[in-house]
Design a binder for this molecule. Structure first.
Ligand SMILES: [Zn+2]
Length: 238
């Protein structure tokens, strides 16, 4: 699916980036379109996965000492990188997942609400044990200078989506699957959705169970390697 963002889409995104708590009515007044227009453009962008969520952005510095962020690089079996990245995405503490070039294949950003001594344990038990990961290395983020999901956007920007199961372009309205409260996957058709559910049944259920049991928590700001997402989120339920 190759969909162009129009001027109204952009105006809505920009307005919500300033304050995600605004109502559709307030956004409409600000950008001079009707409330139903805002609503329909917003639903379209949500349906396409361009807007993943609108949530308050947590200033991690304000809760420093309670939340620690680390960057974990993993060397993996190249044939398993995508599968490993998907598994890492399902760990609630994992915020961003990237496939990278160079000495390491997968890079993740993790935020944990635990003391320093638990980092080692977390990396060892939750990450290093994943099948196909050969070695891991991590750095603790000492201070966040800038952490922005914002990108410079212009009217006419194209949004291209690939199916999370077959990886083909999504040509029609995407079918989506919400996993826990963490993230969504998008599919080209119902059969890919069903096959994905079957393949990752255990992990999907585990993610759902974790979502129910842990609150408050940092929600993932997920960037998938093959997708161009536009996210306005950071945390929820505080
Ligand atoms: Zn598909």
């Amino acid at each position: 699916m190759d969909t162009k963002l129009d001027k109204i889409d952009l105006a809505i995104i920009k307005s919500l980036m300033k304050d995600g708590r605004k109502s559709f009515r307030q956004v409409g007044r600000e950008i001079k379109v009707s409330t139903p227009t805002v609503e329909s453009h917003f639903s379209k962008m949500k349906g396409l996965g361009i807007i993943e969520n609108v949530e308050p952005i947590l200033n991690i510095d304000r809760i420093e000492g309670q939340v620690i962020s680390i960057m974990v690089s993993s060397k993996t079996d190249p044939l398993k990188s995508v599968d490993i990245a998907n598994r890492l995405s399902m760990i609630p503490e994992v915020r961003d997942v990237y496939l990278i070039t160079g000495n390491y294949n997968v890079l993740v950003k993790v935020s944990i609400t635990k003391s320093h001594e638990h980092i080692e344990e977390f990396v060892r038990e939750k990450i290093a044990t994943i099948d196909g990961i050969k070695s891991v290395s991590y750095q603790v983020i000492a201070k966040t200078i800038k952490d922005s999901q914002s990108i410079q956007i212009n009217a006419g920007i194209s949004v291209k989506m690939n199916c999370d199961y077959c990886e083909n372009d999504i040509l029609q309205e995407a079918k989506s699957l919400e996993i826990g409260h963490q993230f969504k996957r998008y599919f080209c058709c119902n059969s890919c959705l069903t096959l994905y559910k079957q393949k990752y049944k255990g992990r999907i259920e585990a993610a759902a169970a974790v979502s129910k049991s842990i609150k408050p928590k940092i929600i993932s700001k997920e960037y998938l390697w093959h997708k161009f997402y536009y996210h306005i989120d950071s945390y929820h339920d505080f």
